[in-house]
Write a protein that binds this ligand. Structure first.
Ligand code: SF4
Length: 465
């Protein structure tokens, strides 16, 4: 019986009579890579406790929604799923336990709305509450009351203990390795600091040992994750030193990292990224808006000029340390932030022309309860937000295509991600999508060299060299 239960609980449960009642779980994840990575840790914990994954949401005994608070649409989808589960339950006379974590789990209005449908709301940094719940609901436990509270104050140390749970990686060649959680920045539109609490960095030794283990298992791409990776500091080392340590791990693998905040980019970090051999030549640097007044109202703490200075330092560093090697610069931009005038919006277009991005992830502003911008008037219409996004996308198409043409006739290292029809699809070190004719060998999850024969705006084409 002992191996069925997390060691944490063994002491508590020793004298109880245990009968397993729950078996299958289903996790529905919304939002960013951090949520996907958290879901891998949740799945790891459940499987360690002998839960089995269910391929069908309605066939599960335990359904976990790992929610995203960035857009209303993602929130509405969660309500829809829960409504359907409850409908099915009545039809099938079956009870499903529903757990809600992620960015919506702390919101009082969400809790109020779902209080009769959801069995547990737990912010991810309060993982112990989830563990208690799982144990309590897995067994009929006599003589034991486990206190379940999602509201207790979490210490910094406690808030990252869940990261040491062995994850169930969703893929056997690419892995997310979280290096920190939370955020201290309070950008006006963002729920993360409220949903995940303040920044806490994971000890470097723990990160190194997870990466070493992955590399030994044959993983080819390691993505270091955090809401603000470049403010990483575990009390001993900063992000640059961590990158160097990961880079020094023996083996053939790529290192990527997301996401960065411009205010925390230091000359040391730029040099490190450009010098480390395994760190890929892709720098993701979200600007969010091109107008200084909007940037200030977003509480982002830099100006467009300062941002552009960082971009030119990144370019010079790549040219200096990896001459002739192609690199990419990518970003995030929000259109239609409250009060953004047409003139201010055009500053975002101007930045895009200057930065010549390889890729930009656009977001149409959506007001989020609890954030500073919630109290600002969302006065840019949906149609105008769409028009602005489209306008910026046209600029991106142009710069991405110009950048992609530099790949023509070059040989690039590719990591093959999937096969569809007669083609393999993969990525270059610079995160460019590439399509190449499939061979009769199984190359998924392998590195290959490819010659680039065609450049499009959104991808490259070529053949195995
Ligand atoms: S840096 Fe800003 S946008 Fe990013 S997670 Fe923190 S508050 Fe949110």
């Amino acid at each position: 019986m002992k191996d069925l239960i997390s060691p944490l609980f063994w002491g508590i449960l020793m004298d109880t009579d245990l009968v397993r009642t729950l078996m299958k779980y289903y996790i529905k994840t919304f939002g960013c890579q951090m949520n996907h990575s958290d879901s891998e840790r949740i799945a790891g914990f459940l499987e360690k406790n002998k839960y089995k994954p269910s391929s069908d949401i309605n066939g599960a005994d335990l359904v976990i929604f790992n929610t995203c608070g960035v857009r209303q649409m993602a929130e509405d989808r969660v309500y829809g799923y829960i409504h359907n589960i409850k409908k099915q339950e009545t039809r099938n006379k079956k009870q499903t336990k529903i757990i809600l974590t992620g960015c919506l789990s702390n919101r009082p209005d969400v809790q109020k709305r779902l209080k009769n449908k959801v069995d547990l709301f737990f912010p991810i940094n309060n993982f112990e509450t989830f563990e208690n719940f799982v144990i309590k609901n897995s067994f009929k436990i006599k003589n034991l009351k486990l206190k379940i509270s999602a509201q207790k104050n979490i210490s910094n140390k406690e808030s990252i203990t869940y990261l040491s749970n062995g994850p169930k990686y969703t893929n056997n060649f690419q892995a997310f390795v979280p290096i920190m959680t939370g955020c201290n920045n309070f950008c006006a539109y963002c729920v993360v600091p409220y949903a995940r609490g303040r920044e806490v960095s994971r000890p470097a030794e723990e990160i190194i040992s997870e990466v070493k283990d992955l590399v030994q298992k044959g993983y080819k791409q390691i993505t270091l994750l955090g809401q603000n990776v470049n403010s990483y500091n575990d009390g001993k080392i900063n992000f640059s030193r961590l990158l160097k340590k990961v880079d020094a791990i023996p083996g053939k693998f790529w290192i990527q990292f997301v996401s960065n905040h411009p205010k925390d980019v230091t000359p040391e970090m730029i040099e490190t990224v450009a010098q480390c051999k395994k760190v890929c030549e892709n720098f993701h640097l979200p600007i969010q808006a091109g107008d200084d007044n909007i940037i200030r109202r977003m509480n982002r703490k830099y100006t467009a000029r300062e941002y552009m200075r960082i971009i030119s330092k990144i370019r010079s560093a790549f040219r200096k340390y990896k001459p002739g090697v192609l690199y990419s610069i990518t970003s995030d931009i929000i259109v239609g932030f409250p009060g953004e005038t047409r003139k201010q919006f055009l500053k975002s277009a101007e930045i895009m022309e200057k930065a010549k991005y390889d890729m930009v992830f656009f977001g149409q502003y959506s007001p989020r309860p609890g954030t500073a911008a919630w109290n600002m008037k969302d006065n840019v219409s949906k149609a105008e937000k769409e028009r602005r996004e489209k306008f910026l996308n046209e600029i991106l198409k142009k710069t991405a295509y110009t950048n992609n043409k530099k790949y023509l006739n070059t040989i690039q290292e590719i990591l093959i991600e999937k096969e569809k029809g007669e083609f393999y699809f993969g990525k270059t070190r610079t995160q460019k999508n590439i399509k190449i004719p499939a061979t009769n060998k199984d190359l998924i999850g392998k590195f290959v060299k490819a010659k680039i024969t065609k450049a499009n705006a959104w991808n490259l084409e070529g053949g195995i060299k």
